[in-house]
Design a protein around this ligand. Structure first.
Ligand code: CA
Length: 378
């Protein structure tokens, strides 16, 4: 289907949803943005180690500016905290990481980006069309004009980078001027982020997580984001916070090892999971949490990173998956992605070989297969 025919089809669907001809005319004259298509089909060549990613996210300028913004907008943060019960330091961290406090919102026209994705965005076509229809509804509501609706190449919009469906469901008009303007109004943007976190299960009485130390005989099979236990139970198992005491509470947490058993360890709460609804990358949620700690006056990670154990790049991970599969450890396909099945396969392999079963796909693990050919357990 040509782009023009595809746009006509989208218009027809929008018309059936009751959108006006005036709104639909904002699709007239759109052309494919090849830059969007290029980015949509790009495969990551390598994965940045968590320590490098965190260094960028927690840059000195972002740290400094966040503190300035927190004091500059103190009355606003007071009001948002009171209404949604979401900690201001978390909101400031999201604001800083997403767009450098509104400075880098993306300069691409959202309708054009989403139409390009919807027409020929590969695995993002369904997403593109769905988000395009949602974007048209936002225009119909009068929140922003089509020509001013800017965002990232994937349609993330405004100071806190909401995609259109998230915007429709959770954006709020915090300052009460009749428009939900997350592009130009910091109150609307931060209020919307707070509302989204509140809806995602944010709890005011627990932090995002704690850096912890583990006892010498710790069972690393417990370091699994799918295993959730009360803080009380983790304490009983000998887990300790590196600063202060781990509360003896019924709040639930999972043990997260961003770089395997030799690196820093974190107990992460339901608030960490709320952050994952914002962005599914664990490193992202960790960066937001750590930056918020800094804004609160905290001092960063105490443990050191295993700099010699970088995570595998997608092509290396594929090789590892091939080795594991051949050796009888099902990785659920050879896709270069470290999903739950691949992690579980790595753990079984580690257990059989007498290694620490942390499920971490490092370069050292891949080396094992070049040193000797692993045999499936008899
Ligand atoms: Ca407003």
């Amino acid at each position: 289907m040509s782009f023009a025919a595809w746009l006509a089809d989208v218009k027809q669907e929008a018309r059936q949803q009751g959108l006006s001809e005036e709104t639909l005319s904002s699709l007239d004259g759109l052309s494919i943005d090849t830059e969007v298509l290029r980015r949509a089909t790009r495969q990551p060549e390598y994965i940045r180690p968590p320590w490098a990613y965190l260094d960028t996210m927690l840059s000195p300028i972002r740290k400094r500016r966040g503190k300035t913004m927190l004091s500059k907008h103190k009355p606003l943060f007071d009001k948002i905290e009171a209404r949604y019960g979401v900690d201001r330091h978390i909101l400031a961290a999201i604001w800083g990481i997403e767009t450098n406090f509104g400075d880098q919102q993306g300069n691409m026209l959202v309708l054009r980006s989403l139409a390009s994705l919807g027409h020929q965005g590969g695995r993002r076509t369904k997403f593109g069309r769905q988000q395009l229809l949602a974007a048209l509804t936002i225009i119909e509501n009068g929140d922003i004009a089509a020509a001013r609706m800017f965002g990232s190449w994937a349609g993330a919009m405004g100071q806190t980078q909401f995609i259109p469906t998230t915007y429709q469901a959770y954006a709020v008009d915090f300052d009460g001027d009749g428009k939900r303007d997350i592009w130009h109004n910091a109150g609307d943007a931060l209020g919307s982020a707070a509302h989204y976190l509140q809806i995602s299960g944010w709890r005011g009485d627990v932090p995002w997580g704690y850096e912890v130390t583990l006892p010498p005989d710790f069972d690393f099979k417990q370091a699994d984001m799918n295993i959730s236990k009360t803080l009380k139970k983790w304490r009983k198992a000998g887990v300790r916070a590196v600063s202060g005491a781990l509360p003896n509470s019924k709040a639930r947490a999972a043990l997260f090892l961003p770089a395997g058993y030799r690196g820093p360890a974190f107990l992460v709460t339901d608030n960490f999971r709320a952050l994952l609804r914002y962005n599914t990358a664990h490193a992202y949620a960790l960066a937001v949490g750590l930056l918020s700690d800094f804004y609160r006056g905290g001092g960063g990670i105490k443990a050191s990173w295993p700099l010699d154990a970088r995570p595998l790049h997608p092509s290396e991970l594929k090789t590892l998956q091939q080795h594991l599969t051949k050796a009888g450890y099902d990785t659920g396909g050879i896709d270069g992605i470290l999903g739950h099945t691949t992690r579980a396969a790595i753990r079984r392999f580690q257990i059989d070989k007498g290694f620490v079963p942390d499920g971490y796909a490092s370069t050292g693990l891949l080396t094992q297969f070049t040193l000797d050919n692993a045999k499936p357990p008899q």
